[in-house]
Design a protein around this ligand. Structure first.
Ligand code: ZN
Length: 324
């Protein structure tokens, strides 16, 4: 018989496969990170070599943490195009060679544990909902501002995947399909063309090319959101303008999302969320103007709390919801 207290002490293994690194971890049922390890993917090891390293790292973590207590299951987060129900990474554009990889079967066999695959942005949303900035809210959207813009949606306390397991593709919400910049998806004017790290950098480069006033004196190829954050503290007109445009775009996209779904909270995370403090006022002003289903003071737009650990924490929520 399993009593409540021992169930509470259950652990899960978690994997977050990303374009620059893979993070492995051991997480408690309540979402507490017990141990993590990571390795870079930049060298582009083959999927077979990568899965071997992942299995070694996970076994190592498990042994170090508590060799006698068996984790209940493994949760896997992966980017790109995946088929969660079949456990297959169909294509991960940022990881060389990842096509049609049956990751769930490979890792389940290697670890002798049940495993589940989920989109990394969805795991991020689950993590912030279970133990981060979305904790205590039934209805949450998360936006991760990275190379692109990822999204995850929690409705009534459950991850919403939609009919084609591809819900919350917020990065490709069309904001300016007539004259916007070309997006990575091939269309024009998607949200991520102005709010991803790449999009913000593009706006900065346009400013530089136009010869307008800026404190930035470095080469164009070294411009990025982190550099602009530092300059924004010194009131650099270029950086402030880029973050204003990004904030307004996020405000418009969130207005559409909040008006459609009547959510309580939006969590902003990802590498470029460091610019949150420069973005938030523009975001809230625009959102407030276009919000019709709630008052601006009834909702929250907050910065993510868990950072790179969010998908690992999310794996615990995913496995718990699946009954492990
Ligand atoms: Zn797009």
């Amino acid at each position: 018989m399993v009593d409540g207290s021992s169930r509470k002490e259950d652990t899960f293994l978690a994997l977050d496969i990303g374009g620059t690194s893979v993070t492995c971890g051991l997480v408690s049922r309540s979402g507490e990170i017990l141990m993590t390890d990571s390795f870079p993917t930049a060298q582009g090891p083959s999927p077979a070599a990568m899965t071997e390293i992942m299995a070694d790292k996970l076994k190592d973590i498990w042994t170090k943490a508590d060799r006698h207590r068996r984790p209940k299951a493994l949760g896997i987060g992966a980017p790109g195009w995946i088929k969660p129900t079949e456990g297959i990474v169909v294509m991960a554009p940022n990881i060389p060679g990842w096509r049609e990889v049956p990751i769930t079967r490979i890792m389940s066999e290697a670890m002798d544990l049940p495993a589940i695959l989920e989109n990394d942005a969805n795991l991020y949303a689950l993590g912030e909902w279970l133990a981060g900035a979305g904790k205590g809210h039934d209805n949450e959207i998360t936006l991760t501002l990275g190379t692109g813009v990822g999204g995850g949606l929690i409705l009534n306390g459950h991850l919403w995947s939609g009919s084609f397991t591809s819900a919350a593709e917020v990065g490709h919400i069309p904001l300016n399909p007539w004259s916007g910049a070309i997006c990575g998806c091939g269309r024009k004017g998607c949200l991520e063309t102005v709010t991803s790290a790449k999009g913000m950098t593009r706006l900065g480069l346009e400013w530089l090319a136009s010869g307008r006033e800026t404190l930035y004196k470095g080469p164009p190829e070294e411009l990025n959101p982190a550099v602009m954050q530092k300059l924004a503290l010194k009131k650099d007109p270029m950086s402030l303008s880029v973050f204003k445009e990004a904030g307004e775009a996020l405000g418009l996209a969130l207005a559409a999302i909040f008006n459609l779904l009547s959510l309580e909270v939006a969590v902003i995370g990802g590498g470029a969320a460091g610019a949150f403090d420069f973005i938030i006022n523009h975001l809230l002003a625009t959102l407030g103007e276009h919000l019709v289903t709630a008052q601006i003071n009834e909702i929250q737009v907050v910065k993510g709390l868990l950072g790179v650990n969010a998908p690992l924490v999310g794996a615990a929520a995913l496995l718990e919801a699946a009954g492990y």
